[in-house]
Write a protein that binds this ligand. Structure first.
Ligand SMILES: Nc1ncnc2c1ncn2[C@@H]1O[C@H](COP(=O)(O)OP(=O)(O)O)[C@@H](O)[C@H]1O
Ligand SMILES: [Mg+2]
Length: 270
């Protein structure tokens, strides 16, 4: 259900000629017997940069995990490139940057380059040195894309939060993923780095034809970059172009809560 009479906006900013990448139909998801997501319908096309916002506990992570096929839906269906999410055909096409990726465990002795190289390992080349040169090149390119070439041989424990986040994104890029899902990638990084990261993601959509689906509490930041916004609270309450995203007062009315400040998105990190 799209509110605010925005039904006609749902597809308005979507490049309708681009192929459908993700299709979510009538998805409902329970966790521990509690309904978390209700009747989600969502279509993403190649090259889109879509931001998902919503309060803490509104089901954003649950939606990403369901799209990835980690959670089994109660009803409904998810297709990526026309196949179930876990299909072998989607192998290597999906890059997943999980919540708090920048908080990589301390004490792990691994360099940026080694971490990014992990992105190129899959079941086909795990035990064989297949396409070693091609893989090396992909790692080098991915590191360059996120601007970490100066620290590529540095142990990740010495990096800042933003640099770590970029290293994790580079890992997804090295895997040649076309569809990149990020869960709260802006948490724990400073403002400057946050802007760099958003610019990078935007460039990936425009220049590399990647598709980005990003969850964030940071409404202000995501609004600056995403072409399309989704407001999720159990169900999709808004889905449309970023310019048409409702103001905070309208959102507050929508939720029956007042007042709602922009900050409420930033405070409740889960
Ligand atoms: N492993 C779990 N088992 C049961 N309920 C969960 C689990 N993880 C999250 N939840 C519940 O699902 C709801 C949505 O959580 P989540 O998708 O993480 O929200 P968000 O990412 O928007 O903060 C919350 O009420 C949370 O308590
Ligand atoms: Mg979450």
């Amino acid at each position: 259900m799209i509110i605010l009479g925005c039904e006609n906006l749902t597809q308005s900013n979507v490049i309708l000629t681009e192929p459908t990448l993700l299709k979510v139909e009538n998805l409902s998801v329970n966790r521990s017997g509690k309904l978390i997501l209700k009747d989600i319908n969502l279509v993403l096309r190649k090259g889109e940069f879509v931001g998902i916002v919503g309060p803490n506990g509104s089901g954003k992570t649950t939606l990403l995990l369901s799209i990835l096929g980690f959670l089994k839906p109660e009803t409904g269906n998810v297709e990526i490139y026309g196949n179930p999410p876990m299909s072998r055909k989607n192998f290597d096409k999906i890059g997943w940057v999980s919540q708090a990726a920048s908080y990589l465990p301390k004490g792990i002795r691994i360099t940026v380059r080694e971490l990014v190289r992990l992105g190129t390992i899959n079941s086909r080349n795990l035990f064989f040195e297949l396409d070693k040169i091609g893989r090396r090149e992909r790692v080098t390119n991915a590191i360059k894309m996120v601007g970490l070439q100066d620290v590529e041989n540095v142990n990740i424990e010495f990096l800042s939060g933003g640099q770590r986040q970029r290293a994790v994104i580079a890992r997804a890029l090295a895997s040649q993923a076309e569809f990149i899902l990020l869960d709260e990638p802006l948490v724990g990084i400073d403002r400057g780095t946050r802007n760099d990261l958003l610019k990078l993601l935007d460039r990936l959509c425009h220049d590399e034809d990647k598709t980005v689906l990003m969850v964030s509490h940071d409404l202000t930041a995501i609004r600056q970059t995403a072409h399309r916004m989704i407001y999720l609270e159990e169900s999709i309450k808004f889905d449309g172009s970023t310019e048409d995203f409702p103001d905070l007062q309208t959102l507050a009315d929508l939720r029956g809560i007042k007042p709602v400040h922009d900050q409420s998105f930033n405070h409740n990190h889960s």
